[in-house]
Design a protein. Structure first.
Length: 294
């Protein structure tokens, strides 16, 4: 790994990356492992201090993707302009290869909730989210990716299937899609659907990144179970199989290993990334992500 002479935007390669979390800052900065790229939660670095100093150092050697969790794109309230300004300032400083957030909401009436909450898939919601995406992309001067959520219930008001909703958002706004394969599997199992039915509507859509993570299974009464997207374990074999299916449809796409709770030694994450890379190599298509930051 060799340091770049400038901090011009570095494209995210169509390879396996790792979600960089605080416990691994020093290891990555000092040892410079052979990881292809890193993604960080943008809000963790907006306050400056030691985290941002580490990120600036690591950014010299690796492409970085910013994954935001606080834009609340699905809220009926106006966007938080201060938060948006901080995201733009961080992006201008770090020059990430990609920026993303979620198809969810987390703020209303000035109250911020520590969760990514679902939205009903209606035409009214589509207009709200599309307008918010347009405002974000105009404000930061960059294309963003929108991630499909993990869900535990369905709204009776929903009249659009989630993948069609995402594909339509991309057409309306020019945004890309962050396809979280673990979320697809978790949601499908929780709602009694077939996860493989999710993908046809996304064929031809601008898939700019894929996420992989582990999830927990909780046993309920009467033999029922629920799957929780906790990012606290290795990728489930069924999710690896679904990921292989996705690669067959989308080709080689930048793929991230996420692990946010019970964070293991960095070598464990490297092993997960190596598995993703082996599968990527089987579906190798030359080039890098086409949902490029403008």
């Amino acid at each position: 790994m060799h340091s770049r002479s400038s901090l011009a935007p570095a494209p995210i390669p169509a390879s396996a990356g790792i979600g960089l979390r605080f416990p691994h800052h020093r290891h990555v900065a000092e040892n410079r492992p052979s990881t292809a790229w890193f993604e960080v939660h943008a809000e963790n670095y907006m306050a400056g201090g030691a985290p941002l100093t580490y990120l600036e150092t690591i950014r010299r050697d690796y492409p970085i993707s910013l994954h935001a969790v606080g834009l609340s794109l699905g809220s009926a309230d106006p966007l938080d302009e201060d938060h948006l300004a901080r995201l733009k300032a961080l992006a201008d400083q770090i020059e990430p290869g990609l920026i993303s957030d979620h198809l969810s909401w987390s703020a209303i009436d000035g109250i911020y909730l520590a969760d990514l909450l679902p939205v009903p898939y209606t035409y009214e919601t589509l207009t709200v989210v599309a307008d918010n995406i347009d405002r974000v992309q105009t404000a930061i001067g960059r294309t963003i990716l929108i991630e499909n959520p993990s869900t535990y219930l369905s709204f009776t008001a929903s009249i659009i299937e989630e993948p069609e909703f995402l594909a339509t958002l991309a057409l309306r706004t020019g945004c890309g899609i962050l396809c979280d394969v673990n979320n697809i599997y978790v949601s499908a199992r929780n709602l009694g659907a077939d996860p493989y039915d999710y993908f046809p509507a996304l064929v031809g859509a601008p898939i700019g990144e894929i996420h992989l993570a582990g999830h927990a299974v909780r046993q309920l009464d009467k033999g029922r179970e629920i799957r929780i997207d906790d990012h606290g374990s290795a990728v489930d074999p069924a999710v690896w199989a679904l990921y292989t299916h996705a690669l067959g449809l989308f080709g080689q796409v930048p793929t991230l290993i996420e692990w946010d709770t019970e964070i293991p030694a960095f070598g464990v994450l490297e092993g997960e990334a190596a598995q993703a890379q082996r599968l990527l190599d089987r579906h190798s298509i030359s080039g890098v992500c086409h949902a490029r930051v403008a």
